[in-house]
Write a protein that binds this ligand. Sequence first.
Ligand code: ATP
Ligand code: MG
Length: 202
Amino acid sequence: MPNDKIGVMGGTFDPIHNGHLFAADQASRALSLDRVIFVPSRIPPHKSYPLMASAADRYGMTELAIRNNPRFEISRIEMERTGPSYTAETLERFKAECAGALLFLITGIDAALDIPNWYEPQKILSLCKVAVVARPGYIRDKISELDDIVRDSLIILDTDMIDISATDIRNRVSSGGSVRYMTPDSVCDYIAKNNLYSGTGE
Ligand code: ATP
Ligand code: MG
């Protein structure tokens, strides 16, 4: 709908966890967003490590995690595109499909600081505002070191933080620990059932 305020929460979501969900909800409340679209990346341009779950598994877990929130949606847009999953291209498609909508790319401070290294950062900044949520371990003051052109597109939100990363979750699972309450039960069950991150799976 025209004038809709849409949050776009991109990520590898390997796996999705309560830090992502909390950040999306906080941004949604702070900016009065109509909805938040989670966009799992099929081929994250800047990431590679052993035991990355398949795109289908990461999408599946994201779908389970957002299911109970009517304001949260998921998009297959990056699943269906070949080549690296560039945020600039994703935002361009959303802009074309949702004519008149205002797009807010929701990121943690770590990701916001990295935007100058992303593919076509200028295009990203011309298509959306970047809503930056706090993240433990990342210093907000670093934002002042970014170029003006980047900084002017950022909306720094004064949100609380949950200290969870997907890396923590993968490490815990691979060493036999529990990740219950770090991510929704449905995601814990999916990880166990599909033997993800244990190093003994497919
Ligand atoms: P990994 O440890 O594999 O890098 P991650 O937990 O950082 O995973 P990503 O998929 O890399 O998750 O991040 C997607 C987006 O979510 C990024 O913008 C990132 O800053 C943000 N994010 C992730 N975890 C948190 C958190 N605990 N609080 C706020 N933002 C977060
Ligand atoms: Mg990350």
